[in-house]
Structures are given as structure tokens and as C-alpha cells.
Design a protein around this ligand. Structure first.
Ligand code: ADP
Length: 196
């Protein structure tokens, strides 16, 4: 089983790469951002709770996020692996994820981090905002807030998995296909290592 964390600041291309990866490797894509937007769209209590944080560019509290993630994993046991996108975003989320997988006899294979500089991120998200209609994509101050939350809270998740040698870095600037080739190279090396 290959379980990946697709990691990087907002707008680094995680969603784009995840779409290509699920096609190539047949993994289940779990994006907490997408799950929250689905709940918001349906006006569920969970969606309403998440909305207030997302609109400000803040993180949704860990207990809410971890509970939602766990439900999604539990509902899909028969898969050949997971791609976690937008999760974990804090160290407690990473600890909860490790425990959840461990209970099922699995583990994270690698965290793949896409590196993109701040100004490129702001440019990309403002462009995405034109078509995504996301409130958090249309306001430069909120975008910068999300980048700051990434630096202050989320980047520690890279260090957390780096301690066990699982964190890998990829340049997130370049063509979509070029970046995809680089990620695929890492995954193929992991599969070879797992099979030996
Ligand atoms: P981005 O393009 O900013 O990475 P996402 O769609 O992954 O966007 O997430 C959008 C928002 O949803 C975040 O800014 C945050 O408010 C909330 N969110 C998503 N995943 C998490 C998480 N793991 N923990 C807390 N909040 C989250």
C-alpha cells in the first residue's frame, strides 16, 4: 500500500497533481479542503462550522478536521492507497493520521512537498479565484494570511516526517507535466523499495 501526503503552501499545485496521480496509481484522493467545501455547499453543521474559519484564511480546529478525515478513511477501506491533500496541516493532525493508519496496519510512505515562492502563490491563487468563486481566493489579504498560517503551523509537518526520512522536496515551478514526472519518479522509487 502506498500512502502519500501531498504537501505545500496553498496554490502550490497539490490538487492538479493529485488528479494526475490518482489516474496513474489508482489511489484514493482525500482533500480536506474539498470535503469542507462539500459540507459548506450542503449547509451541514460541519460545513457551517468550517466556513467561519475558511473565510478568514484560518485553520479549522483539529478535532473537527481529524474527525472528518477519519470518517472518510474508515468509509473507504478497500483501496490500494491514499493521497492526502491539505491534510495533515498541523503536527497533532499528523500524529492522529499516523495512529489511524497504524491501527489499520498501514503507514505513510512519503510526504511530497511542492516548493513555490510567495509571489507566485499569490498570483496563482488570484487567477484561480476568478473561476473558482472561492471567497478565500479573491482577497489578497486572506491569501497572505493562508501563506502565513502555512509557514507558522503547517511547515512543521514537513519536519515531523523528515525525522523518519519520509519528507521529499519537489520544485513546484515548471510545467504541470514536468512536475508530475518528478513526483512519479519519487513514487516509483518508493514502490521499488517497498517490493524489495
Ligand atoms: P489551499 O488551496 O489553500 O491549500 P484547501 O482547499 O486545501 O486550499 O483548504 C482551504 C481551507 O480549508 C484552508 O484555508 C482551511 O481553512 C481549511 N482546511 C483545509 N484542510 C484543513 C486542515 N487539514 N486543517 C484545518 N483546516 C483545513
Amino acid at each position: 500500500m502506498i500512502n502519500l501526503i501531498l504537501f505545500g503552501p496553498p496554490g502550490s499545485g497539490k490538487g492538479t497533481q493529485a488528479t494526475k496521480l490518482i489516474e496513474k496509481y489508482g489511489l484514493l484522493h482525500i482533500s480536506t479542503g474539498d470535503l469542507f467545501r462539500y459540507e459548506m455547499g450542503n449547509n451541514t453543521p460541519l460545513g457551517l462550522e468550517a466556513k467561519s474559519f475558511m473565510e478568514k484564511g484560518e485553520l479549522v480546529p483539529d478535532t473537527v478536521t481529524i474527525g472528518m478525515l477519519k470518517n472518510k478513511v474508515d468509509a473507504n477501506p478497500d483501496v490500494s492507497g491514499y493521497i492526502f491533500d491539505g491534510f495533515p496541516r498541523t503536527v497533532p493532525q499528523a500524529e492522529a493520521l499516523d495512529l489511524l493508519l497504524q491501527e489499520k496496519g498501514h503507514a505513510i510512505s512519503a510526504l511530497i512537498a511542492l516548493h513555490v515562492d510567495d509571489e507566485e502563490i499569490v498570483k496563482r491563487i488570484l487567477t484561480r479565484g476568478v473561476s473558482s468563486g472561492r471567497a478565500d481566493d479573491n482577497d489578497e489579504a486572506i491569501i497572505r494570511k493562508r501563506i502565513n498560517v502555512y509557514k507558522s503551523e503547517t511547515s512543521q509537518v514537513f519536519d515531523f516526517y523528515d525525522k523518519t526520512g519520509k519528507s521529499k522536496s519537489i520544485n513546484g515551478i515548471g510545467s504541470i507535466d514536468e512536475i508530475f514526472e518528478n513526483i512519479s519518479g519519487l513514487i516509483d522509487a518508493l514502490s521499488i523499495a517497498e517490493n524489495n
